[in-house]
Write a protein that binds this ligand. Structure first.
Ligand SMILES: Cc1cc2nc3c(=O)[nH]c(=O)nc-3n(C[C@H](O)[C@H](O)[C@H](O)COP(=O)(O)OP(=O)(O)OC[C@H]3O[C@@H](n4cnc5c(N)ncnc54)[C@H](O)[C@@H]3O)c2cc1C
Length: 415
């Protein structure tokens, strides 16, 4: 019986996997399917005109001017040929027929597969300001090109308003400062990242901007951003204003799933999939767009996580499942990193902002620390500043349920 079920799942040479979204997760899936031995057809459809590339460098080495953007390319011509993938760029999917597994493209043509994978990621959230179309964001290579051209036209010392003090805003501000501009980070909340990491961790991180001599203004309520002859005017609700030579918004991302509306798939802040990433037997979603059932130390939660490593794990897990029938209720430990204000923040798990926090090593004064998140006495996350080894040594605390009490006795971070 078990064998029959597996035979239904396992991909055959005659199968055709159509992947929509030629970003990080889509490309990783192509590689993983081939690594697992799939020798059928793969079509990778992407609306961007660039071969799949890596996004994290855009707000780090590329923006810092240390890398040419081409260096972020993942799918080089050699790798594309080796993977024997039909890569179609500049094509946008507009709908999916879940009965025939046919993807309809903007030009009216259809691509039908035996299996379809939705890997359409997320896009930068825009804010409804008057000057919206002249405000920069950083999600893709077109954004990077636009930002590069705009920065080339600015004098050193130019003031750049960075709206949003989260991960992208902080990384962008860091690189702008390193290039001689004067970024001013405008955060709406009491502290950046308070809604993600909670009051304690966000207060330890707040001083990083100060140490890096980057101006960070919290509790900023922006009414509008306008563009005039003198550059940009950021107008605040209290009537004050800030003049800037350029404006960047880093206000989070929105999952790209609208093209699936009416398809019959369950859509709820992403494409809802099970623990094997399936929306239907032969339709899956991976990466930033997937709202997946995540078995973790607290039980099971439906989550959507915009982390590079999660898209990577998804691609590998889906390829393995479709090639072997071996699925997973294995606990996955999400990993995230961010390089900001000259420091590296790393996080394991997916804690909530209102989880309890205890700092177990270092201190903000030392510029390095490690802290545990817990809920109901069970460790739910580990966050560290400039403590990469200690963080990784502590990973097992999330691989099976660990009480905070036992974690404190075990103290793996001290090794
Ligand atoms: C500037 C930046 C810095 C980052 N830094 C970090 C970091 O330090 N650490 C970390 O963990 N994560 C980081 N991330 C997040 C990480 O890059 C993402 O989690 C990862 O790219 C997700 O992969 P994905 O394939 O789901 O989505 P994406 O890589 O976004 O790929 C989705 C692709 O689908 C395409 N697409 C969308 N709609 C359609 C359609 N209808 N038809 C066809 N194609 C479509 C998009 O154009 C895109 O090319 C960063 C992201 C950005 C933007």
């Amino acid at each position: 019986m078990a064998r029959d079920v597996r035979a239904l799942i396992v991909l055959q040479s005659s199968d055709h996997v159509v992947i929509v979204g030629a970003g990080f997760g889509g490309w990783r899936l192509v590689e993983a399917l081939r690594r697992e031995g799939f020798d059928g057809a793969i079509t990778l459809l992407g609306e961007e005109t660039y071969a799949p590339y890596d996004r994290p460098p855009l707000s780090k080495h590329v923006l810092a001017g240390k890398w040419d953007v081409e260096r972020a390319t993942l799918a080089t011509p050699e790798k594309i040929a080796e993977a024997d993938v039909n890569l179609r760029l500049g094509v946008r999917a507009v709908s999916l027929d879940i009965e025939s597994n046919a993807v309809e493209l903007e030009d009216g043509s259809r691509v039908e597969g035996s299996h379809v994978v939705i890997a359409t990621g997320a896009r930068a959230r825009r804010l409804p300001f008057s000057a919206d179309d002249q405000i920069l964001t950083l999600r893709n290579r077109d954004d990077e090109l636009r930002m590069r051209l705009e920065l080339e036209g600015l004098e050193s010392g130019g003031v750049i308003a960075v709206i949003g003090g989260g991960f992208i805003g902080a990384e962008v501000a860091t690189q702008l400062k390193s290039r001689g501009f004067v970024p001013i980070v405008l955060e709406a909340l009491k502290r950046p990242l308070i809604g993600v990491l909670g009051p304690d961790v966000s207060s330890w991180l707040e001083r990083l901007a100060v140490d890096a001599e980057i101006e960070l203004r919290s509790d900023q309520h922006i009414d509008d951003v306008e563009r005039g002859d003198e550059g940009f005017a950021v107008r605040f609700e209290d009537g004050s204003q800030l003049r800037a030579d350029a404006v960047v918004v880093g206000a989070g991302a929105l999952a790209n799933f609208e093209w699936l509306e009416g398809s019959g798939l369950t859509l709820d802040n992403g494409v809802v999939v099970d623990e094997n990433l399936l929306a239907r037997e032969s339709i899956a979603a991976i990466g930033d767009v997937a709202r997946f059932s995540w078995p973790n130390v607290m039980g099971e939660e439906l989550v959507r996580i915009e982390h590079w490593e999660v898209a990577n794990v998804h691609a590998n897990a889906l390829a393995h499942y479709w090639m072997t029938g071996e699925g997973g209720r294995a606990l996955m430990v999400p990993y995230f990193w961010s390089d900001q204000y000259g420091k590296k923040i790393q996080m394991l798990g997916h804690p909530r902002a209102d989880d309890d926090v205890v700092r177990v090593s270092g201190s903000p004064d030392e510029g390095k620390w490690l802290a545990l998140f817990s809920r109901g006495g069970v460790v739910t996350g580990i966050v560290a500043l400039s403590q990469p080894r200690a963080l990784m040594l502590s990973k097992h605390l999330l691989e099976s349920p660990s009480t905070l009490e036992l974690a404190l006795e075990d103290a793996p971070w001290t090794n």
